[in-house]
Design a protein around this ligand. Structure first.
Ligand code: NDP
Ligand code: TDO
Length: 282
């Protein structure tokens, strides 16, 4: 079987892509590339490993993936999210390369964005993603996947939006959740299945892969609270107007019709998926 590198494999999405490879990617020998293997900013070490291992596919999930962290450390955000991506895409020039971008490349004024919509990043995180996308899409054999809030169980237990909420409630905190911020939340295990199907389709390019239901952060909080009543979850309605950080996109919901046309299954809405899998760890 041909070797596939999954960078960021200790993270939320990368770990699901790795874990589901036996199920959804039978032709691939998926190898997780994690920070303990090497720091992706050490370009010589990365090049040596790439030359020795000769992967035939790279799914690049590694990133500085939290908006606040990127806002606080723009240089590191650009190094990891742009320069690392450029280096890996360069090494993978002649093989399929898939890069993860975000719904936050949009300013959220319209919502229901398709792949033809104009980007307008409002944060450092989003700016780094736009710059990396442009480089990756310069290679017609490479792919950019824009996704929205992903949930699930991560190796560190704190990477999914659902995990962040659960930890806050376990600590007795009250979550102030925006009623006026809309996203397209998706279980990361669904993202992983869709990514493997895109790999099999061998149709590189730009794709949106996200949940089919547009939800506010408040609505997401309500469904999470209903799933864990034993945590006595406390939420209160909040507004973007009161947020002190970088400007936020009011409606970054994604239109995923282009990817959906290639998938063997319907991209679910979060509510429907949670109802269908009440016992799934989430
Ligand atoms: N999760 C979400 O809701 C969304 C995610 N995305 C994008 O999807 C991709 C995957 O996101 P997600 O899985 O949530 O991210 P995580 O933060 O869960 O995982 C990112 C991984 O990248 C690794 N990493 C970061 N810097 C380096 C480095 N210098 N060398 C080696 N490894 C490094 C981290 O290692 P370590 O564990 O050691 O810190 C971590 O395991 C990212 O590009 C993100 O921007 C886009 C939209 C939504
Ligand atoms: C959702 C939300 C956040 N916040 C605050 C908490 C936090 O400090 C800050 C940033 O929110 P988030 O951490 O959700 O970051 P956000 O900008 O929503 O980005 C998220 O979506 C995509 C892009 C990802 O990559 C995820 O990893 C995650 O970073 O806003 C609220 O006060 N109320 C809310 O309802």
């Amino acid at each position: 079987m041909a070797l596939a590198w999954i960078t960021g494999a200790n993270g939320l999405i990368g770990n699901y892509i790795l874990r589901t490879s036996a199920l959804y990617a039978k032709g691939w020998d998926a190898r997780g590339i994690t920070r303990p293997d090497f720091d992706l900013c050490e370009f010589e070490a990365v090049k040596r490993a790439f030359t020795e291992q000769k992967p035939q596919l790279v799914i690049h999930c590694a990133a500085l993936s939290k908006s606040p962290a990127c806002q606080a450390n723009p240089l590191l955000a650009r190094k990891v999210n742009i320069e690392v991506t450029k280096h890996l895409a360069g090494l993978a020039e002649n093989i399929p390369f898939l890069f993860f971008s975000t719904d936050l490349v949009f300013d959220g004024r319209a919502g229901n964005y398709d792949e033809a919509a104009a980007v307008n990043p409002l944060s450092v995180y989003a700016e780094t993603k736009v710059a990396a996308e442009e480089f990756v899409l310069g290679n017609p054999n490479h792919t950019v996947i824009r996704t929205s809030l992903n949930g699930g169980t991560s190796p560190t237990g704190d990477r999914g939006f659902n995990e962040e909420m659960r930890r806050a409630w376990q600590a007795g905190k009250t979550l102030n959740l925006f009623t006026d911020e809309l996203r397209s939340p998706i279980p990361a295990i669904i993202t992983a299945r869709a990514v493997w199907e895109l790999v099999s389709a061998q149709k590189p390019g730009l794709y949106h892969i996200a949940g089919s239901e547009r939800m506010s952060r408040w609505q997401i909080g309500e469904v999470m609270a209903a799933r864990w009543p034993h945590l006595h979850p406390k939420i209160q309605p909040g507004s973007l107007r009161d947020y002190q950080g970088a400007p936020r996109a009011p409606d970054a919901s994604l239109n995923c019709a282009k990817a959906q046309a290639l998938l063997s299954f319907p991209l679910p809405g979060l509510n429907d998926w949670l109802a269908a899998y009440p016992d799934e760890a989430f």
